[in-house]
Design a protein around this ligand. Structure first.
Ligand code: SF4
Length: 366
């Protein structure tokens, strides 16, 4: 039996595959690529019963002022820039009311690392959401933001997380992960938290009963080996805490970032087949650990996101309503996808659409 067949057989038998085996799968082409698709799709089908979920949510980006200087970022500006904004608590309240009126079950709140903000601002955001509607799930603040709060508040990560939880934080986005390999982070986001600091914030959150998502931004300067290292970091965390609700692979959208000007680190964009292989490998690699693989329609576009539903992906992400980060990076797929459109796209892929909440409780079948 060929090596590829042996690895895929292991996957079919729900035996954990190693990072080395995952790397072999990431390189497949031709008939082996089709074989990988079949196995990932079958595992997903058995696990998820042919259901594809989505969440009705609204993004709220409260500020784009940030001085972290991540080389891939087109969203952040200085406070002198005429495009800069910092939402007041009243403006955030209006956004939450809008989300409530649109029957969102979740608000997803993130912003730049803005030195003008004090810790109380973050607390007030959380309290405001719950004042508008106790039942709206507050999915907020990246590990980078939590790390920053601990610095300005001069306390521990744990204390920050406890205060945030008491003020209404329900779960956190596992963003700011980019690629969890320090050699890559030093180039693309030299001022961001290190891999071990990211792990520390995430594990602390999980241990306090704050679930998070997990993400990976790929298709910039990293090698396939770095992607695998990243997946291994996430799998190890999940084995310890079970706190990840999902894995979201995020292809790098690169219209105008500084990163493309770093000639010593040429960009290696990910094209369609590489994206699909990553989704399928993630499904197989996380088979016994992370149950949900999400596609980002905002980055992939709804058409390609639909294709991904045959490669191990079981979640179509959220309606969003407001999306600044991909838009400023040149992403052209809009800011809002209505639930009806999502339902049509999912049905056309031969799957059954289901509205879910943030923690994957199934709410409504279509
Ligand atoms: S990615 Fe986030 S932390 Fe980095 S510069 Fe942009 S807004 Fe700031």
């Amino acid at each position: 039996m060929s090596e590829v067949k042996k690895i895929l057989r292991k996957a079919e038998d729900s035996v954990e595959i190693s990072p080395e085996e995952a790397l072999i799968l990431l390189k497949l082409t031709g008939k082996n690529f089709i074989a990988l698709q079949k196995v990932a799709d079958q595992i997903c089908f058995e696990k998820k019963n042919n259901l594809v979920t989505f969440v009705i949510n609204r993004n709220i980006n409260f500020t784009n002022i940030c001085y972290q200087g991540c080389k891939f970022c087109s969203f952040s500006v200085s406070n002198k820039n005429k495009e800069s904004f910092l939402k007041t608590i009243d403006e955030i309240r209006e956004d939450v009311v809008e989300a409530k009126n649109a029957e969102c079950s979740e608000v997803c709140i993130q912003g730049g690392i803005n030195p003008e903000l004090d810790f109380d601002y973050y607390i007030q955001i959380l309290k405001t959401v719950k004042e508008v509607d106790l039942d709206i799930h507050t999915h907020a603040f990246s590990p980078q933001e939590v790390f920053h709060m601990a610095k300005i508040y001069e306390t521990t990560i744990n204390n920050v997380l406890k205060d945030l939880k008491n003020a209404g934080l329900d779960s956190m986005p596992g963003t700011a992960a980019e690629i969890l390999v320090d050699g890559i982070r030093k180039v693309i986001c030299p001022n961001k938290i290190t891999t071990s600091q990211w792990i520390d914030v995430i594990k602390s959150a999980h241990k306090l009963g704050i679930p998070t998502t997990s993400t990976m931004m790929y298709g910039h300067i990293e090698e396939l080996q770095d992607r695998i290292e990243h997946l291994e970091v996430l799998r190890n965390i999940q084995k310890e805490t079970s706190g990840f609700t999902e894995f979201v692979p995020l292809p790098f959208v690169s219209e105008n970032p500084l990163l493309s000007k770093l000639t010593e680190f040429p960009l290696k964009p990910s094209y369609g087949m590489a994206d699909l292989k990553l989704f399928a490998v993630a499904r197989i690699f996380f088979n016994n650990n992370i149950n949900n693989i999400q596609c980002s329609w905002v980055k992939l576009g709804p058409k390609f996101a639909q294709v991904s539903l045959n490669y191990g992906v079981n979640d179509f992400s959220g309606t969003l309503m407001e999306e600044n980060i991909t838009k400023t990076a040149g992403g052209g797929f809009g800011e809002y996808l209505a639930p009806d459109e999502m339902i049509t796209i999912i049905k056309a892929a031969g799957k059954r659409p289901v509205q879910r909440d943030t923690l994957y409780k199934l709410l409504k079948f279509y």
